[in-house]
Structure formats: C-alpha cells, structure tokens
Design a protein around this ligand. Structure first.
Ligand SMILES: [Zn+2]
Ligand SMILES: [Zn+2]
Length: 303
C-alpha cells in the first residue's frame, strides 16, 4: 500500500518520454488495483502494456466490479496506451486430458475473456497448453475446441477483443513449440472467434529457430510468414534468452544481455511488416529500474 502512495506522490518525469513509431511496452504489475498498471506503464515510458487480470498462479480471480471499461479507457487515452494486452493465468491448460482440470481451465479461461471484455482490452494472450497423456494432434484439436467453448455467447467482436495464441519453448508435452502448431490452432478457430498470434522471441530461440544471425533471423521471419502470417502477429513478446538455441529452457533475460542479443530486436522492431504489432517485454526485474531500462533498450533500437 505504501508503495502505491509513493507512486502517486512522485512527480511525473519532466522530460517527455521518447516517442517512437512503434508500440513498445512491458508486462506491468497491477498491485494496488488494475488501474495502477496504466499509470505505472506510462511512467516506465511505455505506449502499450500487458497485465494479468488475475493472480497468475492461483485460480481465484480478482474481483472486477462491473465494467471497468470507462476508467481504463480514460487512463489509456490520457497516457496514449494501446493496445491493452492481457496474459492468461499460467494454470489454465485447455489441452488437459484430465476432465476435471479441463473443466476448471475452460471456466477460468471464460473468466479471462469476461475480464478482458470488461477492461476493453484488445488482446488476450494464451499458451496453447500441455498434452501430457494424449498426442500432440489431439491436444491442438482440444485446445481449439476449448477456446471456442469457453467463449461461447460472449461477444468478442463487439468488444473488440482478439485471442492470441502464443508460441512456446516447446518443452516435453507443451503445445506451440513450432509456428505450424500455433498456425493450426489459429486456423481452426478462424470464423469462430477473433483469433491471431503472439510470438515470443525467447521461446522462438529456445525452441530451435535462429534468432541470432542476420540471415537466420530473416529465415525465421520468412518461416513465420509462411505459417502464421506476419499480418496475424499482433503482439511480439520481446525477451532475450538465458538458455541456448534449441535448449527448450524458457528463461527470459534483459534485452541485449542474453543469447539472442540486440540484432533480432532491431530487425523485428524495424520490419514494416510488423509495424502494426505491439512489442512487449516480459524481462526479469533483478534490481529496481530494470523494467524501465528494458523498455528504453527496445526504444533505442527503433530507427
Ligand atoms: Zn511471452
Ligand atoms: Zn516465457
């Protein structure tokens, strides 16, 4: 609570934040209430943000009283924050083979969609899940069916909300380790719910794609375009990687300080085919100010 008061008491930065032609932000804490995230993101120099609308590793959702759309929209237009991206709780597994767990996940994901609509978010990011106990193909089918079931009778089109399937590190039973798997879920849901994709640079690297050499990065982009389609990538999670290419180990690192390096971020941020996307860091905070410096690092890479 004390931290919240400090946040408000601190004067806004005198220097206007550096403006870039790209939407750049960071996953932002909602401590003290969901609206504090907008204020925080602005003060970190962002013009877009990602939040959790619930505690990321617990089932119990935050209480959102009625529609929060008006207040969130007011803050977002005041601070020029768009889009608003919500990341789904990590417990949700729509590919689960356990019936009870699946039911719980579908229910929880429906809650995610409802809260995203109540906050007037543009995007809701979801990992496609883990297929332990089944096979990959059935897992992908089930995830797509579960997304459709969870969104039934909720008007995402009217709410301007699109669900984004995120690629993953591809460890063991997790779905989404290849662009083809993400594309399959997206393709299956086309015409059923507004659907597109989120690409995470760290996941891409540890899943085995080349994000390091210039030639390799362009090949990876080409592959992305041929599978998911660059126009369908609405959010890029900008994370450097602590682990080696192909290791399947998902450990995020500060921008330019990991195994990926700055080049991939420079190329992605400046490629006009991705100019529509929001670039959002999910980098660690090892010491105070790391969030601000990762946002600044991304902004400096925009030519
Ligand atoms: Zn991510
Ligand atoms: Zn990750």
């Amino acid at each position: 609570m004390a931290r919240e008061q400090d946040l408000r008491a601190r004067p806004a930065p005198n220097r206007p934040p550096r403006l870039t032609s790209r939407r750049i932000g960071i996953h932002t804490s909602t401590a003290g209430g969901v609206f504090n995230a907008a204020e925080r993101a602005y003060r970190l120099g962002c013009n877009t943000l990602q939040i959790f609308s619930t505690s990321p590793r617990q089932w119990a959702p935050y209480e959102l009283s009625g529609t929060q759309c008006a207040e969130m929209s007011r803050l977002r237009s005041l601070y020029d924050l768009k889009p608003l991206v919500i990341h789904t709780n990590y417990l949700v597994n729509l590919a689960s083979t356990n019936e009870l767990f699946l039911r719980k996940s579908v229910e929880a994901f429906r809650g995610e969609v409802e809260r995203a609509l109540a906050l007037c978010a543009e995007y809701l990011v979801l990992h496609p899940g883990s297929f332990r106990g089944a096979d990959r193909e059935r897992g992908l089918l089930q995830t797509a069916a579960a997304i459709a079931a969870a969104s039934k009778d909720l008007d995402l089109v009217k709410g301007g909300l699109t669900i984004l399937i995120e690629n993953t590190a591809g460890s063991e039973f997790s779905l989404g380790g290849s662009f083809e798997q993400v594309a399959e879920v997206v393709d299956r849901l086309r015409g059923i719910v507004p659907i597109a994709a989120c690409i995470d640079t760290c996941h891409t690297h540890v899943a085995g794609y080349d994000m390091v050499s210039e030639e390799g990065i362009y090949q990876t982009l080409q592959h992305l375009d041929e599978t998911i389609g660059l126009n369908n990538i609405k959010v890029v999670h900008c994370n450097d990687a602590k682990a080696a290419r192909g290791s399947k180990l998902d450990r995020h690192q500060h921008i330019g300080k990991g195994m990926i390096g700055k080049q991939a971020f420079r190329i992605l941020l400046n490629d006009l085919r991705l100019a529509h996307a929001a670039f959002i860091a999910e980098t660690p905070i090892d010491k105070p100010g790391d969030d601000r410096s990762n946002v600044a690092a991304l902004k400096r890479l925009v030519v």
